[in-house]
Design a protein around this ligand. Sequence first.
Ligand code: GLA
Length: 782
Amino acid sequence: MIIEKNNIFQLDTDDTTYIMRVSTAGHLLNEYYGKRIRSAVDNNEFSKEKWPYAHGCSVVYDDKGESGYCLDLVSLEYSSIGKGDYREPSIELKTENGYVLDFKYSSFQINKGCIEVNGLPTPHDADETLIIYLVDEVAKLTLVLTYMVFEKANVIARSVKLINNSTANVEINKIMSLQLDMLNQDFSLVNFNGAWIGEMHQSEKAIGQGIYINDSKTGCSSNRHNPFFLLKAKECTANFGNCFAFNLIYSGNHLEEVELTTFDKVRVQLGLNSYCFNWILKPNEEFDTPFAVATFSANGFNKASQNMHDFTNNHVVRGKWANAPRPILINNWEATYFKFTEGKLNSLAKLAADIGIELFVLDDGWFGTRTDDTKGLGDWYVNPKKLPHGLEHLADKINKLGMKFGLWFEPEMVNEKSDLYIKHPEWAIKCPDRKESFGRNQMVLNLSIEAVQDYIIGFLDETLSAANIEYVKWDMNRNISDIYSHEYSQGELFHRYTLGLYRILSVITKKYPNVLFESCASGGNRFDLGMMSYMHQTWCSDDTDAFERIQIQSGTASGYPLSTMGCHVSASPSHQLLRRTPIDTRFNVAAFGCLGYELDLHKLSPVELRAVKAQIDFYKAHRQLLQYGTFYQLKNMNTDGYASWMVLSADRSEGIIGYYQGLAKANPKIDILKGYNLIDEKLYNIEVRYQEVNIKTFGGLINMISPINLNEDGFLVDQISKRKTMDGEKETYDVYGDAINNGAIKLFPQFAGTGFDKNVRLLADFGSRLYYFHTIEKKDEK
Ligand code: GLA
């Protein structure tokens, strides 16, 4: 709900309140953002910052108002340069009259629902939108601040429009989407960093005085520093204490700044990166920033993440696949890489269909002369040597097996060795007088050029309309370099590239509303809310190693819902770390997200294939929970030595707890099964997902039970282990919710070198379990 009275604005969501006031001098100030409080607009003195005197050295704005009113000290909703605020400004313009700006409140408007911003991804189905107009009468510029309120998700989305009403050009050097000035709560900054095959690793630091930057300059939102971050108050833990979360709905260069001043005020900003950014705004032109989003939780970081999950599922992801069950897929990339034939694909698809997989994805290598990654990008016509009967025929065959067919594209790229590059070398981004630099042997097409956008729209349309393609994987495998634009001012290229991308995505996703789109950029190099506004899910990482994935998925799930996370079971040893992990751990990790398999199923033993079949059955039975359940991080591998995740249904009647071990320990401690937020007084049955034990796990100990002496590395043990397993534990309890909430369940002890039977849990290194729970009737009520 949005209320305005006497120039005070109060924005309420279910659990939060945001208060702004127009100061006597005319600036828009922030007075409160936190847990929901009663309406403040009638009794407006309590939240007001009082400034009866000026601090030494400060520049006093206007003596006629409060004598201590200095822009350096007050909490501004938007800040500029030149009138005494020496913190990082949210806008930096170069006008005919220099850098000084002073925007004052002019008017407001409250609308039902959302507003659309041209060319940029806009969240949908807001409850209400507040628009505030600020004007600089001298520079003849208007700032339009937009606040969309999403009540149930507890999110406020903000964007800014700059209108040039003057008669001269204005240069925009910096223009942020969101600024929030608030009092410090001994905040820690939690951001998510990484690189290829190591995305979204969480880092936490207590902030001291100074400026902290989280950004990307790569042309993508990047795997280096995701735009999502948290500010945790000192006392904040998983489910307790104040936590703010922020994100930007944008896929290009971004900038997030957190500044702590001497006066213990924190300034938070999110928006376009000013790196290589310089936009010429002509008279009567407007410039829109992307939307930034903020949420607050008084119940720890899990609730802040859950707010962002709600928001993404209900207000970012669009169309038929929003909130819809996502199919289990098989992707041929790690199974075949470039070396496939039609026969090989058909046989992989046949086996996948037999064990219940629902979608077959043909990855890189089906087009042009693409037999390795040095050539072919740009030539989006089928390679007849690999697929002699064409895509339509292949899709038909897959459909006849009862599976959907999906296809990989990397539309934004071109190889030097391609027909497209020979025809249009000027479409690649490169400097006229310098040798171009390659990444993965490829160059980036200049998506700021309309003809390039139309070319991409054209070939996608042609391919998608020619065969029954029900899923598209949209890849982007290098960062942008050699930035140069023949068409626009150089400082506009990065942003215009992203705008061009959004135009293509918007046209194609509107034309093919039934297709499920998965975004990918060498894994998670563009895992952001901008892409999610068009694409339903995103491939988290090219790292499919189950242990590494625990970190990556924990970090990703802090900001993004499980329904957007592509997670696959792959071969062991993993192709990225050459680490061996059990087939069930690979599933137990990948199950918290949109499940896929990415390995040659033919290479699995009968025992492993049986395990995979059981995994698929389990996932199908609990898909809603695993894709859309309320997600909780219970334990973090880095801090607790093991990881634990939980999903809970909205009515709290069922859920799943995942337990993941790193290295096994001698004399293991007693493991406790602990959940959160189950209904205390309800009776639940909780049961481990059954996992068979591979006899090879026991190594030479196999001879303790074998009547003949066996070589544990020999042919015979190998053959037996492919067909025979030992029973795993079947641990189950009927307990009240409070027992699970409070960690009263003590699990069977882990294997400790002496004795194994049905009451021992064998996890070993990288072992894991899933525990499914659901409410049952009390025994005396039966
Ligand atoms: C990227 C993707 C992979 C795969 C390859 C194909 O690395 O992240 O999943 O599609 O490209 O070249």
